[in-house]
Design a binder for this molecule. Sequence first.
Ligand SMILES: [Zn+2]
Length: 334
Amino acid sequence: MLAKKTHWLLVTNTLLCFLLICLCGCSTTRISPANVREVISRITQKDCQGQLKKLVELGPRFSGDADQTETTLSYLENRLKTMGYTTYRESAGQWLGVDQYNLMAEIRGSISPEIVIELGAHYDTVKNCVGADDNGTGVVGVLEAARVLKNAVPAKTVRFCFFAAEEIGIIGSRAHVDRIAENKQTSVEGLINLEMIGYSTNQPNSQNAPIRIPILASLPREGNFILVAGNFSSGDLGNRFESNIRRFVPDLDFYSANRIAGFFRDAARSDHSNYWDSDIKSIMLTDTANFRNPNYHQPSDTYDTINFDFMSKVIQATVATMLEWGEFNLEHTP
Ligand SMILES: [Zn+2]
């Protein structure tokens, strides 16, 4: 009897151990390359075309126009609500008598919810422009990331930021960064800023540069790459993005201004510079704006000038980076 009892104890213990190993194994299996490929394959050129078309059909999104601003905010709120998000508006004061709001949506972290990683883009345009590239493409990038990441489980909190009033002096992101500093409950690790990610061409001499310094900063002459701009202390975030391009979207050309962009005034012309000023990591992904796109801040910045193959690849690489950075557990994705 004793021997038999010991035998059953052994069997039970072995089974329990096996179960524990399985459970531990599941909780530490956070992400696999196959999972990443599956998620980013859901971002297609067609998706990007559809999303951008709807956005530009709203018309200009000038922050000095109350109706345009409200129409844009309501549209984005509805898009995010349809995906299953709860959104909130964050006040960024007034400009020309118009209330300015950043729009936020989050996926709460399952292990470290107090640590926040951000993906953002400004939603406003200059006056009388629909801003397809500037910055409709960035807005669609954030929307697409929100769409494919919904229902996946990150360890950290992931925040999608739609910034107000960038064109009139990066006012929206300034208000947001001030809030980050005030909020002692959470810690923001950094921001990936999508600032014009849709203009790309293989035409020779289509790429200008504010300055060309051999070896250090010498942009190629063909404007068919995404520029990764980060200051010195954001170096690891830039590295993370670039390694995800190499791994998951290898046919997307990029030019690295990682770590060095903080030295160039032109590389600080968007929301990420407020993060740099507050010692929070941030990189900007951009097609380089007026150094490549002849439609920059013109009514000709329209839907038909966008290269959707390029744009969808930039978004794919961004989502792959967010999956790694947010420590998503894709085993639990429904
Ligand atoms: Zn812009």
